[in-house]
Design a protein. Structure first.
Length: 275
């Protein structure tokens, strides 16, 4: 089942004009140029490319956190391109995002229990307080934390623990689609495999569709079904993960792959490590 489909997405950013000076062509960034992609139920599409290539912009557009200049966005067979504000709010229930740095994506003034409960309150899921508390407890245990943690504040946690909180929060609305934007890049190497394994388990349990943004190609190889390679806002190559890695067609993909220390056998243990 097709969960998300983007067609011909374009986005330019212009620097805000300062003073009376007119905007020059060189100040306009073509962040995305005619990008199309889809993600099916239970599937991971990895979006790989250098910093500044447009990955986060595309992830945000898929969730309509920012508006494209043109193009269409379908979620669960329905166009979300021109939903009203309130219909968009309802549609957001099905799509969530996990950001790179949980220290900046989670409000430091809220306790963990409220952070996980907040999306339910916003979407009026489990309106009764004790049912909501039970669901928060289930979620926090599912991500490997404990109900003892619910009254604590983000500063009391490590990056890996906080990313688990962010995952519990993303799951609170029972979404179908999650954009994972470099979800382990900011974490200690020792906890990356655990967080990735958690994401993989949750995907299997719930049939989640992931758009997995990463510049770490060794990581993408083990967890993506398909890969889209983006260069300066253009998808230059797209295919099944093994095909792209074994027979990269585009020079840019070859360059990215040549920088991967993939021949190092220690790397292959990444997802089985329990360190
Ligand atoms: P990536 O996630 O691949 O590193 P981004 O999507 O963040 O790339 O950025 C793509 C391009 O768009 C970059 O050139 C970036 O500077 C520009 N860009 C992103 N967001 C904005 C914004 N809000 N205003 C102006 N330019 C932006
Ligand atoms: Mg980014």
């Amino acid at each position: 089942m097709r969960v998300v489909e983007l067609e011909n997405i374009r986005k330019t950013f212009g620097k805000k004009p300062t003073g009376l000076r007119r905007r020059r062509a060189s100040e306009v960034v073509n962040a995305l140029c005619d990008v199309s992609l889809h993600v099916d139920r239970g599937e991971t599409l990895a979006l790989v490319g250098e910093s500044g290539s447009g990955k986060s912009t595309l992830g945000r557009i898929a969730l309509r956190l920012i508006e494209p200049d043109s193009g269409t966005i379908n979620v669960l067979g329905r166009s979300v391109s021109d939903l009203s504000r309130s219909d968009l709010r309802a549609a957001r229930r099905d799509m969530q995002m996990i950001f790179q740095d949980p220290f900046s994506s989670l409000d430091p003034r809220m306790v963990i229990g409220d952070l996980v409960a907040e999306p339910m309150v916003v979407h009026r899921i489990e309106p009764k307080a004790d049912a909501r508390r039970r669901r928060v407890a289930e979620l926090i245990e599912r991500v490997g934390l404990s109900v003892r943690h619910l009254d604590r504040y983000p500063y009391e946690f490590s990056g890996g623990q906080l990313q688990r909180v962010a995952i519990a929060r993303a799951l609170a609305t029972d979404p179908k689609f999650i954009v994972c934007d470099e979800p382990v890049a900011a974490l200690d190497v020792s906890v990356r495999a655990q967080v990735l394994n958690l994401l993989i388990e949750l995907q299997r349990e719930r049939g989640l569709a992931y758009l997995f943004i990463s510049h770490d190609l060794s990581l993408v190889r083990v967890l993506a079904d398909r890969v889209a390679v983006i260069q300066r806002g253009v998808i230059v190559e797209h295919g099944d993960t093994n095909d792209v890695y074994d027979r990269p067609a585009h020079d840019y993909t070859k360059t990215l792959l040549s920088a991967v220390p993939g021949r190092d056998p220690r790397r292959r243990k990444l997802l089985t490590s329990t360190a």
